[in-house]
Design a protein around this ligand. Structure first.
Ligand SMILES: NC(=O)c1ccc[n+]([C@@H]2O[C@H](COP(=O)([O-])OP(=O)(O)OC[C@H]3O[C@@H](n4cnc5c(N)ncnc54)[C@H](OP(=O)(O)O)[C@@H]3O)[C@@H](O)[C@H]2O)c1
Length: 298
């Protein structure tokens, strides 16, 4: 397939590009800068110049492709409303452009905010509904298009997709810990995160693109539930810092979205995904990746 990918130059996107090329697909990545274009070219993919704020550039990429993977996100932690707006607009534009075709559209989603007292499954509806909700309610918006015949597949990534070059939550927590002089965790640190290695996540994206039926929700989750306190302890040992229990409200006040994430209880299962696509994650665990030193550098 000729696959158009937004976010191709990102942490997950780069792994997805490599995974797709290895499997014999053609790939074109959206690039908003020379730097992003050179990263995508270096991986061996073609370029569509454009930006999330230039919806025409996205329309062109979608029209010229057999399938679309949407991974770009502004991740503007200081202005989440703008990230959410852009996310919703991109998903709406891609879905409208694909209406009336049977071309697959796979989009990234997350596992925050479900607030269940058990791990989230693929059958649990995402509580983010409407433009003012997290990610602009893009998952539910896309699933509405699935009901109207667009071949939508949702991939909910674990809150930490980890590995070398990760600059997501664990990396931000490591940076904050160095500044603060301790690795902080909320309360007793019993809250949990699901986790997945970047290469396993990329393989799942490819399998979902090739095989998932319209309307499928997939969980990119290799480890169901890693306690935050354990993550803090392994990180502290690696960074040669003490750990420190801190009230969750203080972490949120000081660290914003990162503090909210650190305090989240975001466990999830992936039995349904594994059975559906015969996906068997094999990558290192989160704790192995931390212990290997991938979060050592500022
Ligand atoms: N990584 C995780 O742990 C994790 C967990 C849950 C969900 N997710 C979701 O998975 C998706 C991919 O995450 P990631 O970790 O790969 O993110 P990332 O490394 O931050 O990459 C973001 C990508 O979006 C692009 N982008 C940002 N703003 C843009 C704009 N205005 N116009 C066009 N492109 C723009 C970036 O391009 P540049 O290279 O030009 O900056 C980059 O390619 C995101 O939706 C993310 O929220 C990730």
């Amino acid at each position: 397939m000729r696959v158009f990918i937004t976010g191709a130059s990102g942490f997950i996107g780069r792994a997805v590009v490599t995974e797709l090329l290895k499997a014999g697909h053609q790939v074109v990545g959206l690039a908003r800068s020379e730097k992003a274009a050179s990263v995508i070219s270096w991986l061996g993919a073609g370029i569509q110049r454009g930006d999330l704020d230039d919806l025409d550039s996205i329309r062109v990429g979608v029209k010229n492709a057999d399938a679309v993977i949407h991974l770009a996100n502004k991740h503007d932690w200081a202005n989440p409303a703008e990230s959410n707006r852009a996310e919703r607009a991109a998903v709406q534009t891609i879905s409208d452009t694909l209406a009336g075709t049977d071309r697959p559209f796979l989009l990234a989603s997350g596992l925050a905010g479900f607030n269940l007292d058990r791990p989230v499954t693929e059958h649990d509806p995402n509580p983010a509904v409407g433009p003012n909700s997290p990610r602009g309610g893009a998952e539910n918006l896309a699933l509405e298009y699935a009901e109207r015949g667009v071949h939508v597949v949702v991939v909910r990534f674990a809150p930490t997709v980890h590995g070398a070059e990760d600059h997501g939550f664990v990396s931000l927590i490591a940076q904050n810990s160095r500044r603060h002089g301790a690795v902080r965790y909320p309360g007793d640190g019993a809250n949990r995160w699901a986790a997945v290695h970047r290469f396993d996540a990329a393989q799942l994206v490819r399998l979902g693109l090739e095989n998932a039926q319209p309307g499928t929700i997939l969980h990119a989750v290799a480890e169901e539930s890693v306690p935050i306190r354990t993550i803090a302890e392994v990180l502290a040992e690696r960074l040669d810092l003490p750990t420190q229990s801190t009230p969750a409200e203080q972490l949120v006040a000081e660290l914003g979205f990162v503090g909210y994430a650190l305090s989240g209880d975001w466990a999830a299962t992936s039995h349904i995904t594994r059975d559906l696509l015969n996906w068997q994650p094999t990558g290192p665990t989160l704790l192995e990746d931390i212990a290997a030193g991938h979060y050592d550098q500022p």
